[in-house]
Design a protein around this ligand. Structure first.
Ligand SMILES: [Zn+2]
Ligand SMILES: [Zn+2]
Length: 263
């Protein structure tokens, strides 16, 4: 319903990454699967989750005598390992083991090195498609005799930056995250509580805003997004300030908001 509200096109979604099987992280999935069917989806759908999701969904399909006409692929995550679970031409997705009451994984989305950009202002006419592909890959243009006709550096601009986004929810404070998060552009880290409820955070295997900021600072990330707030905090400004005292470039993850990571 929120995706409809924010006009997100369901057809563009082919891969769904679910951190763990607490209800607040996946109970909307059945509705989404059903709505995709109503919208005559035909593309395969890939679901990434720990053991049990397939059983839960298949039980619901059976009792409602509903079976989507598109294919669903279940990719089982192993909670204790960091592994590339998805890869295409542009990016990889790798799991990050989190510390929580049930098996739980974060996800690191990392863009691959991008091609060099052809500088159209100086590009000579008449280059072949193959030569243009070569330029993007960093090669010089050579003539029939094999000598350099144009240097790559004269016709291309450096690639755009490859960005990385890490999603860590839900988790207790743990420095085991640090090697995975080093220098990422954007870190989403849960901040269920504030320091005044630290014992509650430890007990329920969640983090405080202070914890999230401490991790962001130690991993030298560019920007921190805080989320997964306890309903007890009606006003989130104190929570944000608690994080910003440790790590200034922090923001609250607000539903419907878009956060741009510059290339
Ligand atoms: Zn949870
Ligand atoms: Zn949760």
């Amino acid at each position: 319903m929120q995706m409809m509200h924010y006009q997100i096109n369901f057809h563009r979604i082919n891969h769904i990454f679910i951190s763990h099987l607490h209800g607040d992280h996946y109970l909307g999935l059945m509705g989404l699967i059903f709505t995709m069917q109503l919208q005559h989806r035909s593309n395969d759908l890939h679901l990434y989750c720990h053991d049990g999701l397939d059983e839960i969904l298949i039980t619901q399909f059976r009792h409602s005598r509903f079976m989507p006409e598109y294919e669903i692929h279940y990719h089982k995550l192993q909670p204790n390992e960091s592994k590339v679970i998805y890869e295409d031409d542009a990016l990889t997705v790798q799991t990050i083991p989190l510390v929580h009451a049930i098996p739980c994984s974060g996800f690191l989305f990392r863009e691959k090195v991008k091609p060099r950009r052809i500088d159209k202002r100086v590009l000579p006419a008449g280059l072949s498609a193959q030569q243009l592909v070569g330029l993007k890959a960093g090669k010089d243009v050579v003539d029939d005799k094999g000598s350099i006709a144009y240097r790559n550096s004269d016709l291309t601009l450096p690639p755009r930056r490859s960005r990385a986004y890490a999603y860590c929810s839900d988790t207790a404070f743990t420095e085991t995250l640090l090697p995975h998060l080093q220098d990422v552009d954007l870190l989403y880290h849960e901040a269920t509580f504030m320091l005044d409820e630290e014992s509650k955070a430890r007990e329920t295997l969640h983090s405080t805003a202070y914890d999230a900021a401490t991790i962001a600072k130690a991993a030298s990330v560019q920007k921190l997004l805080l989320g997964h707030f306890s309903a007890r905090y009606k006003d989130l400004d104190p929570l944000l300030r608690e994080a910003q005292d440790v790590f200034p470039n922090a923001a609250l993850a607000t539903e419907g908001e878009t956060y741009i990571v510059e290339e």
